[in-house]
Ligand binder design. Structure first.
Ligand SMILES: NC(=O)c1ccc[n+]([C@@H]2O[C@H](COP(=O)([O-])OP(=O)(O)OC[C@H]3O[C@@H](n4cnc5c(N)ncnc54)[C@H](O)[C@@H]3O)[C@@H](O)[C@H]2O)c1
Length: 169
């Protein structure tokens, strides 16, 4: 893998103990990146920060709700205060739910889109200013195979639709 020396990388949803975000964070840290571990789950954030530091990496943890613009803006401000720049954003935070369309409520649909698509929009928009100011930035967003071939595998049709929206965005 290529090196990421001194690049500042925010990974949303990286506080999940067995999650993909944590593995991305650990891998980036091994390649020299300075991590921002951001998640609703503050206990998980602290554990991942400890794990990275114990392996000799650099990490800064912060509680984040991607669906809340104030929380997203506060995170950006904290990261800029702490590291002085943002090079990489990985939009990893996401939720799923197994439910048929027949049993799905409008609230189910709204919850999934609020996190998987609207939250991803808020974090993406928020990093544009610092990235444009330094004329460098990379944004990676996690979709899913469900976003291409429909629901029923990892979640309901609302999950698939939200991941298709991520691809379009
Ligand atoms: N696990 C899979 O097989 C798979 C397959 C394809 C895509 N994905 C996608 O990869 C990503 C990670 O999946 P995972 O399996 O590691 O999930 P996970 O549930 O283990 O981790 C997701 C994390 O997102 C956090 N989160 C949820 N809502 C949040 C919010 N509002 N603000 C901030 N953080 C929030 C959770 O606290 C959790 O720590 C998701 O976007 C998922 O849709 C997963």
């Amino acid at each position: 893998m290529f090196r990421l020396d001194d690049q500042v990388a925010i990974i949303t949803g990286s506080g999940s103990p067995k999650g993909i975000g944590k593995e991305i964070a650990l891998t980036f840290a091994k390649q020299g990146a300075k991590l921002v571990i951001a998640d609703l789950n503050k206990k998980g954030v602290d554990e991942v920060v400890n794990e990275i530091e114990n392996q000799g990496g650099v990490a800064f943890g912060i509680e984040l709700d991607v669906t809340n613009k104030v929380s997203v803006d506060n995170m950006i401000e904290s990261v800029m205060d702490h590291y002085g720049k943002i090079d990489i954003l990985v939009n990893n935070a996401g939720i799923s739910q197994k439910v048929t369309v027949e049993d799905m409520t409008l609230t189910d649909m709204q919850k999934i889109f609020t996190v998987n698509m609207f939250g991803l929009f808020l974090t993406t928009q928020a990093v544009l200013k610092p990235m444009k100011a330094q004329n460098y930035g990379r944004i990676v967003s996690l979709s899913s195979v469900s976003g291409k071939r429909g629901g029923g595998v990892f979640g309901g049709a609302h999950y698939s639709a939200s991941k298709a929206a991520v691809l379009g965005f």
